[in-house]
Design a protein around this ligand. Structure first.
Ligand SMILES: [Zn+2]
Length: 140
């Protein structure tokens, strides 16, 4: 993981949050994502600059994620201990961006392509309907 942020303290926090998100996503979509090169870039003025919050480089097997997107994941971390009690999953920008970019990397296709669109739909299905492997933690 490489980060282009001047502040080393923030740098490690962003890396930790992204790592946690990737672990969660990888588990739920049942796919190893460790072969992908992950990069974090600082993007604060997206409202004015209209820059993407994430993008990928298929040739380099690389995905770049903005700090703006990573910050949205903190809400998920806070609700995580109660996840099994919720009958819905909070919508999350970082998850959507990661699934979108991973789908480009894996299919090497773009939006509108049938292979891309159906795989992305499948990723979302898996993420939002994960196998409850830890169900035995709930002994009543
Ligand atoms: Zn896309």
């Amino acid at each position: 993981m490489t980060t282009k942020i001047d502040n080393p303290f923030l740098h490690s926090i962003y890396e930790d949050i992204l790592r946690e998100a990737l672990e969660d996503i990888s588990y739920k979509i049942e796919e190893d994502l460790s072969d992908i090169k992950w990069k974090i870039f600082e993007e604060e003025n997206t409202i004015y600059k209209k820059k993407p919050l994430g993008y990928c480089n298929i040739k380099e097997n690389e995905i770049c994620i903005s700090t703006v997107a990573i910050r949205t994941y903190t809400k998920i971390i806070l609700t995580k201990p109660f996840e099994h009690l919720l009958n819905y999953q909070p919508k999350n920008l970082l998850v959507d961006i990661v699934l979108d970019e991973v789908c480009h990397i894996r299919t090497k296709k773009d939006h509108g392509d049938e292979i891309y669109d159906s795989k992305l739909e499948y990723y979302h299905f898996l993420y939002h309907n994960p196998k409850r492997k830890n169900i035995n933690l709930l002994h009543y």
